[in-house]
Ligand binder design. Structure first.
Ligand SMILES: Nc1ncnc2c1ncn2[C@@H]1O[C@H](COP(=O)(O)OP(=O)(O)O)[C@@H](O)[C@H]1O
Ligand SMILES: [Mg+2]
Length: 310
């Protein structure tokens, strides 16, 4: 790829283009040591590509713009952007490689093994994601409009080696109140979309991300990734008895009416409190395979992606 990136793996391929894991191998003379957002030679990066003539290239250009805004603002919980280039009729965006696995991997594994992801771990992931959403609300894009991710779901959240949740895939991200909703065929395909997005109402804003965030937390807690009850809190109690705090966050974020939804600041602060609990007594789960005595110590060992002791 342009002689600077050696592809080591294909991470994804879809309607939106191809995503590669690659090694950055610049010629000595082109390596700019003064730019703090250029990766070290030899480091692993992610390269997303699309045909220049495809609409996917427009999404990629938007993604690149957002990554630049994140770089400038030191936005936490997102990959650093390393720029873009064109080659052979394709458009490429380069970014930091987050070494880890998507949250969806952990949810599927837990489901397969009939186990729960520990509530404390979900609270930690939730704290990180909500914190990033708070940062989005302080950023502006293209003349003062705020930023929406618009495709927040476990597959687009990478849990890094240290257990931090990093939001990836800004290919769908929009500025607030963009009028592309009517023509956007992608809308409505995911259970993580807010109701106002599913129904193609205009004027959705960061609160739609808040809903998707709630659905993501709900999915991580219950293993449920497609069917949401109209009353998430009740639905959650019937699936898993979680602590009051996290139940309130899910319920607050998944309100049908955007104006009734919890603010990401509130969700973040509540979940952060939860991560500090020395022992989550109220988090003892029902069903599946945990007994009262084993549940709190069972959680994912992030380093190798298998269930282990925390
Ligand atoms: N910065 C990144 N670091 C590590 N893996 C990534 C990164 N960005 C994307 N991926 C991986 O590649 C997959 C596809 O990339 P994504 O940006 O979600 O594109 P799309 O879903 O539009 O194909 C993701 O699910 C994720 O596993
Ligand atoms: Mg994706």
């Amino acid at each position: 790829m342009s002689g600077r990136y050696r592809v080591v793996e294909e991470l994804g391929k879809g309607g939106m283009g191809t995503v590669y894991k690659a090694v950055y191998e610049p010629a000595d003379k082109e390596y700019d040591h003064s730019d703090r957002f250029v990766p070290e030679p030899g480091s692993i990066v992610v390269v997303k590509s699309a045909k220049k003539t495809d609409t996917a290239a427009e999404s990629l250009r938007r993604e690149r713009t957002l990554l630049t805004i994140f770089n400038r603002n030191n936005t936490p919980g997102v990959p650093r952007g390393y720029g873009d280039f064109e080659f052979n009729g394709n458009y490429y965006v380069v970014m930091e490689f987050i070494d880890g696995k998507p949250m969806s991997h952990y949810i599927e594994n837990a489901n397969d093994e009939g186990k729960w992801i520990s509530e404390k771990m979900v609270a930690k992931w939730g704290t990180d994601i909500a914190n990033t959403l708070v940062s989005f609300s302080h950023l502006s894009y293209d003349g003062g409009l705020s930023i929406i991710h618009d495709d927040l779901k476990p597959a687009n959240i990478i849990i890094d080696e240290n257990g931090n949740a990093i939001i990836a895939d800004f290919g769908c991200a929009r500025k607030w109140n963009d009028n592309i909703l009517d023509t956007d065929s992608r809308v409505g395909t995911s259970g993580f979309f807010a109701p106002e997005r599913k129904h193609r109402l205009k004027g959705s804003d960061l609160r739609s991300d808040t809903y998707s965030f709630g659905a993501t937390i709900y999915a991580a807690l219950t293993g449920e990734t497609s069917n949401y009850p109209t009353s998430p809190a009740l639905g959650m109690r019937s699936k898993r008895s979680a602590s009051d705090i996290i139940t309130r966050v899910v319920h607050g974020c998944m309100q049908i009416e955007p104006e009734r939804r919890m603010k990401p600041e509130t969700a973040r602060d509540m979940l952060r409190e939860l991560t500090k609990h020395p022992y989550l007594r109220s988090a003892i789960s029902v069903g599946k395979t945990y007994s009262h005595t084993t549940q709190p110590s069972q959680a994912y060992d992030i380093r190798n992606g298998v269930l282990g002791k925390m």
